[in-house]
Design a protein. Structure first.
Length: 162
């Protein structure tokens, strides 16, 4: 007959195994819940991406039923596909042209602002360079004119000024 200590160890081992199984089942339940949430998120993304297509299909069905009730069947059968194709092509071309013009205007304004900024900087650089060269030229010219004058006349001018 086994001792009580052996039974206690056995119950402890069983309790430990039970806790591990319980934690494992909780982990798998949590993993299953996370997978379920990820599937729902993926499904919502898919639905949000394709909801426009579904709405357009339902709108086309509604328009076709309305036209079937109000227009003659043969006219509707021959005319509606051409009208829908023409409208879809026209709207897609119009949307493309509008987006192209908007991007063209945006690009033009960006290029114009860059060009004006560069030309403004160049103009400021040219004006500063011209003023520096002009001041250097004037200082050289004045120093040359002072050195080429007759020293006697310069002294006479200074004496007259006294």
């Amino acid at each position: 007959m086994p001792s009580l200590r052996g039974r206690g160890r056995c119950w402890g081992f069983i309790h430990q195994q039970h806790q591990q199984l319980y934690l494992a089942s909780k982990m798998t339940a949590a993993a299953a819940a996370v997978n379920y949430v990820l599937v729902l998120i993926h499904l919502s993304f898919y639905l949000s991406l394709s909801i426009y297509n579904y709405l357009s299909i339902y709108l086309n069905l509604f328009i076709s039923i309305y036209l079937l009730q109000s227009v003659h069947i043969y006219l509707f059968i021959y005319l509606y596909p051409f009208i829908s194709i023409y409208l879809s092509l026209f709207l897609s071309v119009y949307h493309t042209i509008c987006s192209y013009h908007l991007s063209l205007c945006l690009s033009l304004s960006i290029y114009l602002s860059i060009y004006l900024s560069i030309s403004n900087n160049i103009l400021i650089f040219v004006v500063i360079t011209i003023s520096i060269y002009l001041s250097i030229y004037l200082s050289i010219y004045l120093s040359w004119s002072v050195h080429n004058t007759n020293p006697k006349s310069l002294w006479q001018t200074l004496e007259v000024c006294r």
